[in-house]
Design a protein around this ligand. Sequence first.
Ligand SMILES: [Mg+2]
Length: 519
Amino acid sequence: MHTGDLATIDVEGYCNIVGRIKDMVIRGDENVYPREIEEFLYRHPKIQDVQVIGVPDPRYGEELCAWVCLHDGEIATAEEIRAFCQGQIAHYKVPRYVKFVDGFPMTVTGKIQKFLMRQADDRRAGPQPAGDRVMTRIASVTTHMISVSRPQPVWTAHEHSKAWNVILTEVRTDDGLVGYGEIHGTPMPRICEWVGRFGEIIRGMDALAHIAVWEKLFALTSPRHGGIDGRDGLPPPIPRGERAPVMAAIAGIDIALWDIKGKAAGLPVYRLLGGENRPIFTYATGGYYRPEASHADYGEELARFIDLGYRAVKLKTGAGTVAEEAKRIGEVRRAIGKEPSLMLDMNAAYDLPDCIEFAGAVEPHRIFWLEEPLHWCLQPADFARLAAATPIPLAHGERELTRFTVRDFIVEGGIRYVQFDATRAAGFTEALRIAQLAEQHGVMLAPHTAPELHGHLALASPRCVFGVESHGGPETDPLAFGLFHELPVLRDGHLHLGSQPGFGLEVDWTFVDRHRLRA
Ligand SMILES: [Mg+2]
């Protein structure tokens, strides 16, 4: 009789079924019976159910992969499961891969279909990712606050700045991938607290399911059924006053997950999104107010950007009267020459009548855009009125927290350039959603700061991208140039991205430790 069962016969002649012939795994010279390993793993207190299969391996022919269902509410890592096996079963029986699942593929009669599991884990069918993993889950989320003091404090029209700051987020997966994100926002310690809390909430989630992670965290910002008494084990709805740091925290996690996604696929993020590598236009921002600086000093400063190869520069404006500012801008235009584009960053300096006057006064200097021209409280309808009153295009978006407010500026606000900043709020996922909306409305993308990240968005959005923002070279932007070992190359006013997986950024930990800010 042939049953397909594998059996051993003991000294007393009893027959033990040890598994199915089809299930037997041949790893190197060893025959391994999955059932034996499954029975051992059932002893682990967190494991509710487990199935072991063989997956193709170039070295051993096959390697063992355990699909594990945990008991409700439990979280475990692959390392933890493997450590449980070490020294207890033969080393070649310890599963090389551990995959956490909610269930197994079954027939209608409830029989587990291991052939479907083997098909799902056969990496030969697709491109080989970096490493040879079958699953990747979020294992930890940490932050690093980094601050580089400026030689002298500077001002925008609105705020002073004593340092260049960034929060680096670091997300690790249970199979050894590490993704990095950047956050530009304040207060930094508060944002880090939120990242830490969110890290606990998303630990164990599929690291490639960035939409699921985003939705889970964003949902915490609104009331929900059972939210007040915490019945679902999540924090109560997040208070209104915390929205900016919370959206910044989501941003840092989301960007790190995109980095992981690229690394898991062995592709740069722009290729993951279907973009091809080509030079990305970039401009340089400067002219931050220094109390003792003359108009000529600002002209010299921006002219140095032109010497570096930039073909467009942006000047901070808005701190003075309309007449003073027009004079200062005129001096800068003379210093940089006629050809380069000149943008004005006003940091929400004016109300509507003053801004219309300002636009008229600076128009002769060939202004490329007016950025954040109106007071913070003014709305898309006010931007639409301004747009109707000046031929200079308007730019806006860096202070917006979600796609929903950006939508109204795009649809009704008369802006021609949208400057949403994925590192300040809501992350790369939200920036992609905004890019799609902008394209449909003929609005151009000009993301605020972080060109090493936003450059990937630019390459993925060729129909609607204007370019990315830089801040010159290492002297004027020591943090951006110090944080990573290799940055996109600046040549002829364009950035040239590499082809490393993810965002392709390797952190310089010596730099991080030198400039680390303690909470
Ligand atoms: Mg700005």
